[in-house]
Design a protein around this ligand. Structure first.
Ligand code: DX5
Ligand code: ZN
Length: 218
């Protein structure tokens, strides 16, 4: 099984975004991870749909949108129309998850559910049949550069076992604190997409760093 890399642009300098996207285009990454934060669901603010739609013109990579926001339904159409390929929202939001999943799919976009570290994996079980991807958070959502939470590895195993046993077509993406070592732990536990932010951007050359992480698993 191949392992795909989703570089998280949150780890980069926003004023340099055109160059960052162009570097990712030249790398072996198949995805680009966009962390949308609203200062309410998480204690940090990033960007909205305008930012995503403008960058859409510069890349054909898979736009992997991670919504860390409340009021998902209110803003959903804007994220669908921004050129998202996959929209992932959190199972902890106080909304009708099934309705949002249906709306995303109707918009012709793939759909994911994300789960925070303290949420038991069984919360997302009823929805696994209807989604394309799950993002298992291995840090508390809100900021890049945090340390990988080893206590989330059992959750990765439980979810990937369930997906395999039931032959579901769901990608398992891990987000937070990924490097060579923690990435391997996740892949061994059943993950097939790795988000990486600070680990890639801290190495200087984004293309080389991304390719090295990808080569490590493929
Ligand atoms: C955290 C974000 C992550 C973050 C990962 O809330 O969802 O995508 O950018 O960054 P690193 O790889 O630095 O943990
Ligand atoms: Zn993320």
């Amino acid at each position: 099984m191949s392992v795909k890399i989703s570089p998280s642009i949150l780890g980069g300098t926003f004023s340099n975004m055109e160059k960052i996207i162009s570097d990712i285009n030249k790398s072996k990454a198949e995805y680009i991870h966009f962390d949308v934060m609203d200062g309410d669901f998480v204690p940090n603010l990033t960007f909205g749909p305008k930012f995503i739609s403008e960058l859409r013109n510069f890349s054909d990579k898979i736009f992997d949108i991670h919504l860390m926001i409340n009021r998902v339904e209110k803003f959903l159409d804007e994220y669908i129309n921004a050129g998202s390929d996959i929209i992932t929202f959190h199972c902890e939001v106080n909304e009708d998850l099934k309705e949002i999943i249906t709306k995303i799919k109707k918009g012709g976009v793939k759909c994911g559910l994300a789960i925070k570290p303290k949420t038991p994996w069984t919360e997302i079980k009823p929805y696994l049949n209807f989604i394309d991807q799950i993002i298992i958070m291995t840090v508390e959502p809100g900021f890049g550069g945090q340390e990988f939470m080893n206590d989330q590895v059992d959750k990765i195993k439980n979810i990937s076992d369930y997906v395999k046993t039931n032959k579901l077509n769901v990608n398992i993406e891990i987000d937070g604190g990924i490097n060579y070592k923690t990435g391997k732990i996740c892949v061994d536990a059943g993950a097939n997409i790795l988000v990486a932010g600070s680990f890639l951007f801290n190495q200087g050359d984004l293309i080389t760093a991304t390719n090295k992480l990808s080569d490590n698993f493929n």
